[in-house]
Design a protein around this ligand. Structure first.
Ligand code: GTP
Ligand code: MG
Length: 380
């Protein structure tokens, strides 16, 4: 028995070839539509795979001088055909297995990248499941196309975790809370500058950070540049009085000392104070240079204060961005702003899903997208 595989454009073409090569008695065992050629998965051609067999071996057997046993010979052919069928079945099963392994490999490669970026296990499994259920033909996609699907899934998660407004238009007091050195004071300077420069709002600054003299001076410098009033309060009680003195301002930005959040007492006092102020928003400031494990602990600790939104700073200094995705996946606090440098007021922009997803996927933002201009224009 001779078996041959043909890749053709049509069945008549296959029949002609089979007759020429395997003779008139050849039989077609299987036909299947396949895709061939193409470039990175594009422009592929639909063709037909035809498996045909001819009974050459039987003819030889007939020529041998053996006693005629027509019935036995017949059964022999059937047996062989059954074997061929089994072989073909195994062959296509193996082919399917190889294909599914390949598609798995492409997806696994991207998921490994997410792991490198410290996207946590649960989020990775969520993305994997989403992509597998979304596409029944992953094996037909190129690695790049699978990557685009991963990026879309990440963008979708971020889109659900972004605040509809950076600063709520109803709000007249913004408090920035968060650990030491994440950029609270710098971010207040950025936000306040923009209110003064672009929104033409009357702005007041208030600092509850009296732990370091330099901290007050830092904010006072910005207040002087912007020509806006600044109040210093050294206890939650004084914060209340300071707020009254700034009542004429359309927007008050309150700075706080990161160090104080280590003290339960301070957190308790702030909690009471913040719950009293109406029309106010608390933005928790976190730095992208913080490891996810630590960031999670900070959020857990700060949770008892009312967190309305999260600002993520130092995108320019980090190489690992998965924590941002973990945050929106695990916590209900929407992202408001992203800070991308020390420059006041330009290095801030509204949280943007595509930007964050690209960072995680390692797509170079500098390559032609004009990130610099983008962040200045879209900050408010
Ligand atoms: N690269 C980079 N540096 C930043 C960013 N935001 C703030 N910084 C820098 O981080 C350092 C600390 O910033 P601060 O604004 O003083 O931080 P803070 O949270 O007020 O710190 P404490 O008052 O000590 O709690 C400064 O050198 C800032 O210039 C940012 O987005 N990117
Ligand atoms: Mg500060």
């Amino acid at each position: 028995m001779k078996i041959k595989r043909y890749i053709v454009d049509s069945l008549p073409q296959a029949i002609q070839l089979i007759r020429q090569e395997l003779g008139e008695n050849a039989v077609i065992l299987n036909t299947k539509e396949i895709k061939t050629g193409g470039f990175f998965g594009l422009f592929q051609r639909k063709q037909l795979e035809v498996i045909a067999a001819s009974e050459v071996a039987e003819k030889k057997a007939e020529e041998l001088p053996v006693p005629k046993q027509p019935q036995a010979e017949e059964s022999e052919v059937l047996k062989r055909l059954e074997n061929v069928e089994k072989l073909l079945e195994n062959f296509s099963k193996n082919e399917a297995l190889v294909e599914s392994k390949q598609s798995g490999q492409k997806l696994r490669k991207w998921l490994a990248k997410l792991e490198e970026q410290e996207v946590d296990e649960e989020v990775i499994r969520f993305i994997e499941k989403k992509i597998i259920t979304q596409s029944s033909s992953l094996e037909e996609l190129t690695e790049q196309q699978v990557g685009e699907m991963v990026q879309d899934a990440i963008t979708g998660l971020f889109q659900d975790g972004i605040a509809s407004e950076g600063l709520d238009s109803e709000v007249n007091m913004i408090t920035l809370i968060g650990p030491t050195g994440v950029g609270k004071t710098t971010t207040i300077a950025k936000l306040a500058s923009r209110q003064v420069l672009y929104q033409r709002n009357k702005v007041g600054l208030l600092t509850a950070d009296t732990f370091r003299i330099a901290a007050v001076e830092q904010l006072r410098t910005y207040a002087n540049i912007l020509n806006v009033p600044i109040e210093v309060a050294d206890s939650p009680e004084h914060v209340k009085l300071a707020m009254e003195r700034l009542e004429h301002c359309q927007m008050i930005f309150m700075d706080s000392a990161g160090r104080n959040y280590l003290e339960e007492q301070y957190i308790e006092e702030m909690k009471e104070l913040l719950s009293k102020a109406s029309k106010q928003e608390n933005h928790l400031v976190l730095s992208m240079t913080t490891r996810w494990k630590d960031m999670k602990q900070i959020v857990e600790k700060m949770k008892s204060l009312q967190i309305d939104k999260i600002i993520l700073t130092k995108w320019d200094e980090s190489t690992c961005f998965g924590a941002a995705l973990n945050l929106v996946y695990h916590y209900p606090y929407p992202l408001s702003f992203l800070c991308l440098g020390q420059g006041v007021p330009e290095d801030i922009m509204l949280a943007k899903a595509q930007y964050m997803a690209k960072k995680i996927m390692g797509v170079d933002e500098r390559a032609g997208s004009g990130a610099e201009t983008e962040r200045i224009v879209s900050a408010f």
